[in-house]
Design a protein around this ligand. Sequence first.
Ligand code: HEC
Ligand code: HEC
Ligand code: HEC
Ligand code: HEC
Ligand code: HEC
Ligand code: HEC
Length: 482
Amino acid sequence: MKKCFTLASALVIIPALFLSFTSKGQKKENLTDTYIVLGWNDLGMHCANKTFAKMCILPPYNNQFSHVIKVGNTTTLPEVQSVGSGVYVTYEVPGNTYSVGKTDFWTYVNTLFGVSLPPNIGLTGLGMAGTMHDSLNYFYAYGIPITPYTDANLVTEDPFQLTLLKAYDAGNNLLATTQNTIPVSNEISCVSSGCHNSEQAILNEHENLPPFNNPPVFCANCHADPALGMPGNGTTVYFSQAIHQKHGSITNDCYKCHPGPNTHCLRGYMKIIGKTCTDCHGSVSNVGNTIASGRIPWVGEPQCGSCHDANHSENPGKLYKLSTGHGGLFCEACHNSTHAEVTSENANDNLQNLTLQGFTGPLKKCEVCHGYVPAGPGPHGYNPLGIKPVSGTIPDASELLQNYPNPSSFMTNIPYTIKDEGQVRLEVYDLFGNKIKTLLDAKLKPGEYKAELYTGKLSSGTYVCNLLTNGLTYQRKILVVN
Ligand code: HEC
Ligand code: HEC
Ligand code: HEC
Ligand code: HEC
Ligand code: HEC
Ligand code: HEC
C-alpha cells in the first residue's frame, strides 16, 4: 500500500519537475528542496545605556532567534530543521558592523562586569555578525552587542534596524535569507527627560548609603535583576521594584524612562487599536507594588490570554516569548515580538511576512510553509478553504464514507456528506478511546465534504473516526501503516 501511495503522488510531483528547468532549458544539478527562514527578536525593544562612565542599567545586549523550515508539498509536511540536520544560520546587520565608539561600554566593561572583552565583542562572546547557536528546533544568538547607531550616522538613533539572516545546509549551500527587526534604544531618559540634573545626582540619591565614590556603578550589583541573571546582594529590593515604586508617585508616563518619546517602542497591532502601557501593565506604582507582593520581574508579565481566548493564548505557565503554537513554531515566528505584533506601525516589523506571503499580519498563507493549502486545521484551527462543500449536490443522507488511501502512511482523505444544516463534529480516536484529533467542530450547510487526516506521526494500527451530526454518530475504521 505504501508503494501505491508513493506512485499516486508521483503524478502530483511531475509539474514541479518542469519548474526545476532554468530559463536556458537546463535542468538544475540537484532537484533542491525549497526552504524558508523566519527571524525574530524576543522583545519588542532592548534598551542599553549609551555611556557607562557613571552607571550601568542595561548593557548592549540583543537576542535574535530563527526557525529554518523545509517547505512541504502534498506528500510531506513542512520540516522544521533541528539540531543534527547540519543546517546553520548566520546573522549580520547590514550597515551596522561595529559598536566601539558608538558606546563607551568597552572602556568600562571590566570595572562593571569583571571581564575583559575584545573590541566589538559582547558579554556572551558574540559580535555584530556571526553564526547562531542551535537548539531543538530553532536557532538563537543571545547578547549581540548592537547600538542604535548605523555606521553612516553616529548621531541620530536608528532604533529599528534590520538583521540579515542566512540559512545554509551542511554543504554550505545558501538555502534562504530573511530580514527582521533588531530593536535597540539608548533612550533611557533619567537626565534628558528633565527629571534628574545629572547621573551623578542619581547616585547621590542613595542618602542612606556611603557615597558611590568609584563610578561606574552597576545597579544590579545590589538590586536583583532577572533580565541580567543578577541575584542582588540581599540588602535591597529588585531593581524593577525600587525604580517603579520610587517613581510611581512622580509620574505615570512610561516613556519618561522606557524608550521613549522619540523611539515609541510600543508600535504593534495592540497599539494600533489603541491599547496603552497601563491597559496591560497597570500604573507605574502597580508595576513596583506587584513585585513587593510576589511577582518576579521579567518572569511574571501580562498575558495575551488575559484578553484573547484559550485558543489564542500562551502555553500554560509560559511567557509569550517562550510559547509555541502551530507546527511547534514559536508564536513570535508568526506574530513578531510583544509590543510589535504584526501588523505593526513600523514597516521593518512587517517586512518578513510581507515578503513571504505578500501581505502583512501574522503568517497565515499556508503555501509559505506547506507548498499548498492543506484541508486540515492550520494556525489556531484557521483554514482559508473554510469548510466549503466539494460539490453542489445535496445528499439524501448524512454519511461517513471510507477514507482513502486506506491504509495510509502520510495523509488520508475522509469524505462525508451532510443532509441537514447543523453542528458537525469529526473526531479521531485510538482503540483505547483516547481522542487523537478533532478535525472539525463547525456548523455546516447540506453538502458533500472532505477532511484530511495527517497520519505520518501516528503509530501503526487501527483508529476510529466519528462523525457527529444531528444527534447521530457515524463510524469508520482507519488503518495506519508507518
Ligand atoms: C551598593 C548597593 C546598591 C547599588 C549599587 C545601588 N543601590 Fe539602589 N538601593 C540600595 C539600597 C540598600 C536601597 C534602600 C536604601 C536607600 O534608599 O538608600 C536602595 C534604594 C534604591 C531606590 C529607592 C527605592 C525606594 O522605594 O525608595 C532606587 C530608585 C534605587 N535604589 C535605584 C538605584 C539605581 C538606579 C542604581 C544604579 C545607578 C542603584 N540603585 C544602585 C542599594 C544599592
Ligand atoms: C523612572 C523610570 C521608569 C518609569 C517611569 C517606568 N519604568 Fe519600567 N522599568 C524601568 C527600568 C530602569 C527597568 C529595568 C529594570 C531591570 O532591569 O530589572 C524597567 C523595567 C520594567 C519592566 C520589566 C520588569 C518587570 O517588573 O517585570 C516592566 C514590565 C516595566 N518596566 C513596565 C513599566 C510600565 C508599564 C511603566 C509605565 C506605567 C513603566 N515601566 C514606567 C524604569 C521605569
Ligand atoms: C488588553 C487586552 C489585550 C492584550 C493583553 C492583548 N491583546 Fe491582542 N487584541 C486585543 C484587541 C481588543 C484586539 C482587536 C480585536 C479585533 O480587532 O477584533 C486584538 C487583536 C489582536 C490580533 C489580531 C490582529 C489582526 O490583524 O486582526 C492579534 C494577532 C493579537 N491581538 C495578538 C496579541 C498578542 C500576541 C498578545 C500578547 C503579546 C496580545 N494580542 C495581547 C486586546 C489585547
Ligand atoms: C497589549 C498589552 C500590552 C501593552 C499595551 C504593553 N505591554 Fe508590555 N508586555 C505585555 C506582555 C504580554 C508582556 C509579556 C511578554 C511575554 O510574555 O513574553 C509584556 C512585557 C513587558 C516588559 C518585559 C520585557 C518584555 O518585553 O517581555 C516590559 C519592560 C514592558 N512590557 C513594558 C511596556 C511598556 C513600557 C509599555 C508601553 C510603552 C507596554 N509594555 C505596553 C503586554 C503589553
Ligand atoms: C504558524 C503561525 C502562527 C503561530 C505559530 C501562532 N499564530 Fe497566532 N495567529 C496566526 C494567524 C494566521 C492568526 C489570524 C487567524 C485569522 O485571521 O483567523 C493568528 C491570530 C492570533 C491572535 C488574534 C486572535 C483574534 O482574536 O483576532 C492571537 C491573540 C494569537 N494569534 C496569539 C498566538 C499565540 C499566543 C501563539 C503561540 C502560543 C500563536 N498565536 C501562534 C498565526 C500563528
Ligand atoms: C510558518 C509555517 C506554517 C504555516 C504558515 C502553516 N503551517 Fe501548517 N504546519 C507547519 C508545520 C511546521 C507543521 C508540523 C509538521 C510536523 O508535525 O512535522 C504543520 C502542520 C500542519 C498540519 C498537520 C498536522 C496537524 O495538526 O494535523 C496541518 C493540517 C496544517 N499544518 C495546516 C495548515 C494550514 C491550513 C495552514 C494555512 C492556514 C498552515 N498549516 C500554515 C507550518 C506551517
